[in-house]
Design a protein around this ligand. Structure first.
Ligand code: RUQ
Ligand code: CUA
Length: 661
């Protein structure tokens, strides 16, 4: 049906009551009359209309970018389409997740157990902060994502073939972390940086012994891409002074082989406001600078191969003195209370924002190398060589209050979140990036207000060797007045920003409430780099081994129940809309091993498997095989039923589980 169209000039007239369209907005084309009526009725400005059409995703179309975001205290990871900002999936990571059948009986129980405390105590949540996508040659390769758990010092590995968590490792020598996860340019290592210092090996020591016994500790988890797992036996740690190391980034291009981390308690404050000491917030900010930690991780790798490590709780540790002697660790001062050390796409510079300094400081990797070669450096109290600030810096750019984290685009611009100003600053890189935009290098170009208290910031492919531009997302801590009031706990607010035009043309496009946690960081990958399964590749696929499970049954006539003593083993076939078998009759006290195979090959034909009363719930995606194992210690009449509305006869997809007393 042909709709009545209103020329854009008339639309401009309709809109002029609200605001004056800029030249860029006076383009040609027609607006449907009904749409124009909506625009007029709602009083939408030209910017509103631009934002709406820029982010609207017509039904059936998919987003060109996918954002992998931290799920904060939920312990999970969010998958979001950009620019539509639609949530596509919540991945269970550190917290059981019933929809994915994660942590309710299947192989994922073992994944979660991998992250329990060394004594076996269960940890059933995490505080996820910084997701990082796997890289090849400094580019996202779409294969894996990693995320840290700040609360308990853990690292998780997620496969981007099925968007499921494959592994959680518990740091054996640290109780908390923060500077993770960060990958090296070929994902040789996944770095888990430390945070609050503790005695090395995570022993007991009083705070009076802080300087002698407390230490920072950075972990280099070796990633085995073929296995899709971190290999703790090939991983190592480096002992550091107790300076509360924070965020990190790997060098790339010219700085490949190096690694950079912030710190924020060079003062070694130990708190105790109740004893009359300065509180941590003041004690950690007494000095004007903290130390940017500069690691030569290739040298660290060599030291590990040469056996220059001690083993603590099963983990190889390069002692601080070894790191100093082998030229593995250097410091340079950085403006105080930094959060984010961000390496430019070519690896030439490291950008640091000190939250208590209005500038970003740009360090030159070449100058750092010259200073190291020149030698004669003075040291900190632990003997770590310190490169003076004026020997390591290339530039400082004044941006505003609370600079925090910086990402990059394809036009030589950098984008820094300003926590206190609640703004995103666009500024220009100098040096080799100078010709990529009209403005001179190292200049502030635009500040765009965001709502409110922005923490991290992320850009399309913004951490790679070749960022895309197009979009930035501001990850705001407070949303205050942006959404309908749903009580005193407010959602976080992700704001999508259009950065496709040069100069001061950044535009706010979309507010997205995150009503389930406080996400910290996110990365945005081109959607076409991801190659996820549509259905599992073969019937009987075990998502843990990523191969066909030996206990999979592929046809209903292979389904059976076998008893050996008081062990009952079940091989069950699952397909629309029945389980085979539909009756399981056992005795109280039997040990049950139950294999389930979905023989579906139709995309999206997922079945659930909920066993009432036994806290078991699986999600069986097409082709998936799972095994559950438990003692039937409750007698009675139980049912198992499908929790996914899979067909018209979904409600009939049920079976009886009879446990005779
Ligand atoms: S953080 S802004 Cu952990 Cu980097 Cu919250
Ligand atoms: Cu299977 Cu509902």
């Amino acid at each position: 049906m042909k709709r009545f169209l209103i020329p854009v000039l008339l639309l401009a007239f309709l809109l002029s009551a609200c605001s004056q369209p800029s030249p860029a907005q006076q383009t040609s084309g027609d607006i449907p009359a009904d749409a124009a009526a909506v625009i007029a009725e709602r009083g939408l400005t030209p910017d509103d209309v631009y934002a709406a059409v820029k982010t609207y995703m017509p039904t059936g179309q998919t987003d060109p970018y996918i954002m992998i975001a931290s799920g904060g205290q939920s312990g999970q990871v969010l998958v979001i389409g950009v620019p539509s900002m639609r949530i596509l999936k919540i991945i269970g990571v550190f917290t059981p997740e019933p929809w994915q059948g994660y942590g309710y009986g299947g192989s994922s129980d073992e994944v979660l157990k991998g992250g329990y405390m060394p004594d076996g105590s269960a940890l059933t949540w995490g505080d996820t902060h910084h997701p990082n996508l796997s890289e090849t040659k400094g580019e996202y390769d779409g294969e894996f994502a990693f995320i840290n758990d700040k609360a308990n010092a853990r690292l998780a590995v997620i496969s981007l073939r099925d968007f499921e968590t494959k592994q959680i490792v518990k740091n054996p020598n640290a109780i908390n972390d923060h500077g993770g996860a960060f990958v090296t340019p070929n994902t040789e290592y996944v770095i888990e940086g430390p945070q609050y210092a503790a005695p090395i090996g995570w022993e007991y020591a009083t705070l009076d012994e802080y300087q002698e016994k407390y230490r920072g500790l950075i972990t280099f988890w070796k990633f085995d891409r073929v296995e899709g797992r971190v290999d703790p036996s090939q991983s190592f740690q480096i002992e550091l002074p107790p300076y509360w190391q924070d965020l990190c980034d790997a060098g790339k291009g010219v700085s490949d082989g190096w690694f950079f981390c912030n710190s924020f308690n060079v003062e070694m404050a130990t708190g105790g406001v109740e004893l009359g000491n300065p509180p941590f917030e003041a004690g950690t900010a007494r000095g004007d600078t903290d130390y940017l930690h500069i690691f030569n991780w290739k040298k660290a790798d060599e030291a590990v191969q040469a056996g220059q490590t001690e083993t603590i709780n099963g983990m190889k540790v390069i002692r601080l003195q070894t790191a100093i002697d082998e030229g593995i660790l250097y410091f340079t001062p950085e403006p105080k209370s930094p959060h984010g050390s961000d390496v430019t796409p070519g690896g030439e510079y490291v950008v640091v924002g000190g939250k208590l300094d209005p500038h970003v400081t740009i360090y030159s990797f070449a100058k750092i190398q010259e200073a190291i070669q020149a030698g004669g450096l003075s040291t900190d109290v632990f003997g770590v060589p310190v490169i003076p600030l004026d020997s390591s810096t290339e530039a400082q750019v004044e941006l505003g209050l609370g600079p925090l984290h910086t990402v990059f685009d394809d036009k030589g611009y950098a984008y820094t979140s300003l926590f206190l100003d609640s703004a995103v600053a666009r500024w220009t890189l100098g040096g080799p990036y100078d010709d990529k935009n009209p403005e001179p290098g190292w200049t502030l170009v635009q500040k765009l207000g965001v709502h409110y208290n922005i923490g991290h910031i992320t850009a399309a492919e913004g951490d790679t060797a070749s960022p895309d531009g197009q979009y930035v997302v501001a990850l705001n801590k407070w949303s205050s007045d942006r959404f309908a009031n749903v009580g005193p706990l407010l959602p976080q607010n992700f704001q999508l920003i259009d950065i496709s035009r040069t100069g001061d043309q950044m535009k706010l496009l979309y507010d997205m409430p995150i009503g389930m946690a406080e996400p910290h960081y996110a990365q945005i990958i081109k959607a076409d780099k991801l190659k996820p399964f549509e259905v599992y590749p073969e019937v009987g696929w075990n998502p843990e081994t990523m191969s066909v499970d030996p206990n999979a049954v592929t046809t209903p006539d292979q389904a059976r129940v076998e008893r050996r003593g008081n062990t009952v083993e079940i091989w069950m076939v699952v397909v629309r809309s029945h389980y085979t078998p539909e009756r399981i009759e056992i005795k109280k006290g039997d040990h049950v091993i139950w294999h389930l195979t979905s023989i579906e090959r139709t995309r999206d034909a997922t079945h659930g498997f909920a066993l009432s009363g036994y806290n078991i719930n699986l999600s069986l995606e097409p082709g998936e095989a799972q095994t559950i194992e438990f003692d039937a210690d409750m007698a009675g009449t139980f049912t198992y039923y499908c929790t996914e509305f899979c067909s018209a006869l979904h409600l009939e997809m049920v079976g009886y589980f009879l446990v005779e007393p």
